[in-house]
Design a protein around this ligand. Sequence first.
Ligand code: NAD
Length: 306
Amino acid sequence: MANIAFIGLGNMGGPMAANLVKAGHKVNVFDLSEQALSTAKENGATVAASANESVVGAEYVISMLPAGKHVAGLYLGEKSLGNDSVGHNGLIDAINPNSLVIDCSTIDHQTAQQVGNALAEKGIGFIDAPVSGGVGGAVAGTLSFMVGGSANHFERASSVLENMGKNIFHAGDLGAGQIAKVCNNMLLSVLMVGTSEALQLGISNGLDPKVLSEIMSKSSGSNWTLDVYNPCPNVMENVPSSNGYQGGFMVDLMAKDLGLAMETALLSQSSTPMGALARSLYAMHAAGGHGSRDFSSIFSLFDKQQ
Ligand code: NAD
């Protein structure tokens, strides 16, 4: 069993760290939130007084933070802001040279590459390993990991990732995990918007959404957002749409991921018209006060009654 430092114990990181404890690893955690730390302690983790303290003796360092600036700040400190003279240098000076850093946060692929390359200069391994599966997948230990990095590091990380997820993919070199993640979520958003407008078109023309869903599910319109995560209330049980759009994957997080997808498209001069439209629709939906609802609530944007 391994010695693991885990930093960032929010909605995702908290249950992921708990699953590592359950699998028998020694997990030393740190978060800025006292509440998150006390929950992790109740789940059997050891609590460190600082991020630096958490990585002492760690073979693996896992982070699950909100965005690129948090990840760059954690590992590279003030250097990541182009300022070498002020403040701390980040974990880069505290992590053991032979350790492997696994960043599971969803961030831009350039920051992942910047951090990975800087750590490599110190002999520290790094992979980007963003996840799909949401809070439910984090709790159940059924996440999908999309990994960018060397084959060696992928092999080495797999034994740990297996304790938190069901599907572990090697997407390619450093940064490739982040690119796979934004491609997937951009497609997911487009499917969700398309499914929502098709269902609303049927409803506006007198169709029962349950009947229409069954027809399209068995026809060429079949897709995950229709078949497994239907956005129309009361078509399916145990999905956010039948629970006031609570739980699931927040609109704000989808809007964030679509922003990353658009940055990635801009940098590679890729044409993503459907993704761009989905980004605008999710931004509009978030601005309308729906940021903390599940992303399937975009369905209401096409409701003629509203
Ligand atoms: P969250 O806001 O619930 O948790 C983030 C945690 O990081 C917080 O507990 C915060 O205190 C901590 N933190 C921030 N800066 C820190 C620092 N410098 N040192 C230590 N701790 C620090 O976020 P989340 O929902 O757990 O998401 C984490 C990442 O996972 C994000 O990149 C998100 O895009 C991605 N993600 C989230 C979901 C989801 O459904 N929530 C699904 C897939 C991917």
